[in-house]
Write a protein that binds this ligand. Structure first.
Ligand code: NDP
Length: 350
């Protein structure tokens, strides 16, 4: 049995050296047997951008989740199978999704048992989807687009990081809602996926547009953008602000271009955003949101999306790394755009 630990807090970009694969202590029998705990075998681990702020030394309330503990197993969303349970409603053999450890076996204790949910084995969708389209990123795309963006049929929608776990879904949900949707991504291969696989009406590689991102958006949105689903921040946000239509909406889902800035870069003004006056002149609503506030929407979302998956109206692309030892590289790959689709780590065949 093995686990991946954070060796030390990270400043700037994380590397594989910041993490370590170690043998895990034998399962803590006492903890596993404690009332209300569940021992699970982990099958799929999710790599998510929010894990990067948790790798930084905690300062004040900078992140909405607490920092990882150096020397302890990294934690994150996953799909697991129950081995032993003293939690009512969970029995050996059950498949579950929730927050687990980056290790072969985990003992899930309160309060994390409160986030455990059983997976219906006969749903007819791949188990790994419960880290993505049927997990946290899926609900993020659904509430972020439908609740925060207030879209109307016929409106124009722009999505950044559009081929990723969240972005590929926002694009498809926008198309299903009758919007005209354009996405940006960081490689020509991803742009092809956006147009051919996910049905974006148009897409572009932002790395090929030089410094003129505002011009790139202007060409694709000659009448302006009604809805911007923001995943990256920085220069893309500045360009989008210039292209918003009157009464447009910006849903701030994430700002991944900022997550690896050093303290010095932040003090030097790297998080500053130009063109904010467009919010006033164009009466744009810009709103941040986090998925944990919307967990109660999950049953409605699942009931809506599963038929779309089964009948092929919504597709999902995953990038699956094999084995626990591949997990650190998979996680840091998010910050270099290496993942094509939702990044998952599979432990299922080990
Ligand atoms: P993705 O699967 O999209 O993976 C991250 C992608 O971000 C990379 O593949 C890369 O794609 C892009 N990227 C990385 N660095 C940069 C950069 N410096 N500038 C521009 N793009 C970059 O991740 P998710 O779909 O899981 O997450 C997308 C966003 O949503 C993140 O900001 C995340 O924090 C946020 N999020 C927010 C949630 C909430 O509750 N508010 C919940 C879940 C996610 P490319 O090749 O296109 O550059």
């Amino acid at each position: 049995s093995r686990r991946v630990v954070l060796k030390e807090y990270v400043e700037g970009y994380p590397t594989e050296e910041h993490m370590e694969l170690l043998p895990a202590a034998d399962v803590d029998e006492a903890a596993a047997a404690a009332e209300g705990s569940v021992l699970v075998k982990n099958l799929y681990l999710s790599c998510d951008p929010y894990m990067r702020p948790k790798m930084s030394r905690p300062v004040g309330q900078s992140s909405y989740t607490s920092a990882f503990v150096p020397g302890a197993a990294i934690t994150g969303y996953g799909v697991s199978q129950v081995v032993r349970s003293s939690l009512p409603g969970f029995a050996p053999g059950d498949l579950v999704r929730g927050i687990t450890g980056w290790e072969d076996y985990s003992v899930i204790k309160p309060p994390f048992t409160g986030l455990l949910a059983k997976i219906q084995p006969d749903a007819g969708v791949p188990l790994s989807y419960y880290t993505g389209i049927l997990g946290m990123p899926g609900l993020t795309a659904y509430v972020g687009f439908h609740h925060i963006c207030s879209p109307k049929a016929g409106e124009t929608v722009f999505v950044s990081a559009a081929s990723g776990a969240v972005g590929q879904l926002v694009g498809q949900f926008a198309r299903l809602a009758g919007c005209r949707v354009v996405g940006s991504a960081g490689s020509d291969k991803k742009v092809e996926l956006l147009k051919k696989k996910f049905g974006f009406h148009d897409a572009f590689n932002y790395k090929s547009e030089g410094d003129d991102l505002a011009g790139a958006l202007k060409r694709r949105f000659p009448e302006g953008i009604d809805v911007y689903f923001e995943n990256v921040g920085g220069k893309m946000l500045e360009a989008a602000l210039l292209n918003m239509r009157t009464h447009g909406r910006i849903a701030v889902c994430g700002l991944i271009s900022q997550y690896n800035l050093t303290a010095g870069e932040k003090e030097g003004g790297a998080t500053g955003v130009r063109n904010l006056e467009c919010l006033v002149t164009k009466r744009v609503r810009m709103q941040g949101f986090i998925e944990p506030d919307h967990k109660h929407v999950y049953p409605e979302y699942e009931a809506w999306v599963v038929p779309h998956i089964r009948e092929g109206r919504v597709v999902y692309v995953e990038d699956v790394a094999e084995g626990l030892d591949a997990a650190p590289r998979a996680l840091i790959g998010l910050f270099h755009g290496r993942n094509v689709g939702k990044q998952v780590v599979s432990l299922a065949t080990q």
